[in-house]
Ligand binder design. Sequence first.
Ligand SMILES: Cc1ncc(COP(=O)(O)O)c(C=O)c1O
Length: 387
Amino acid sequence: MKVIPYGKQFIDQHDKDVVKKSLDENLITTGNFVNIFEKKIKNYLKVKYAVSCSSGTSALHLAMLSINLKKNDVIIMPAVNFISAFNMATNLGAKIYLADVDSITGQITPETIKKCIQNNKIKKIKAVITMYMGGYPNNIINFYKLKKKYKFIIIEDACHALGSRYRFRNKFLNIGSCNHSDICTFSLHPLKTITTGEGGIITTNSKKIYNNLYTARSHGIIKSKKNHWMYDIKNSGFNYRLSDLNCALGVSQLNKINLFLRSREKIAKTYIKNLNNFQNLTFCIDLKNIKPSFHLFIINIDFTKLKKKKDDLLNYLKTNNIICQYHYIPIYKFKIYKKKIKKNSFLGSEKYYKNSLSIPIFYDLKLNNQRKVISKIKFFLEKNNLK
Ligand SMILES: Cc1ncc(COP(=O)(O)O)c(C=O)c1O
């Protein structure tokens, strides 16, 4: 019996043809396809600058370098997130504070940021990393208000949210347009909205940040305008470039993004329709103010009431060839987190961790497979009397 994963890429013949074509170009890195891809992303997101790079992780690293995040600078980030932002800030020697997340959305809120500032008596904040779990961007306008108050830089870890939009007054704005942030980062890993194999994108409306990103992406090299063989280096950089092969795939995938988003939306709506009459099963979806990318479909179940553990459901689904996932183990649970954890500082994160799991959603998830996922979850809940 075929396994149903929680996420999966979709590659068609056109994708393969374009990648093949890129191999015949004179330059297969720093070439035309890189420029085309970045231009297309810029137009799609309606933002001034877009820089491609080798991964979502390098996107976050470059974003931090571009604002000169350095030793002992304070950065606040979600207690529940993929480890990338924490790792990159750790490597730069920043002082990291984890803010608690909402127990249903798995995201930081203006209240949890304020609480983090108060509890830790933080005076000066260099940056806050926001993250849109599953591709549902909550609280953007309120984060922006906090930014004005505390004067910090907002870096959006929007690795789940390419294609997500949020309501501002009477229109919808793109995540990545940086209308309410300084820098936005995306991942182009195979499970994301579109893929380049591995890859990342950073967007900004600031010329200064763009120049810093551009330079740091390629060893810190600043080329002379006069002679192509001359260059200088002021600050150290990395090789975080994305090749033309990857960008060619990105160009082809971006042409299909609306198709991908529509399909994920349809799948999500089917889940909502079929799972929303269980009192103790909740979702984190506000379709009025948000048009999500539906990168993940996360359900929250009151496992305490059920007298079961989340792993019981994960194991039950696994024995039925349905692979679900944790998003994510809270960062303070890892050995790399060295600070003492104050009592009650992560109540939302603890609850979210206990109750949430991601169920399958991807472009070509077939309806019969989705029905199987729904019926197995229903069976598990009904068998355990959770109506
Ligand atoms: C929220 C988040 N941030 C950062 C990353 C890192 O992206 P990448 O795997 O492209 O380095 C991921 C990847 O899964 C992610 O989900």
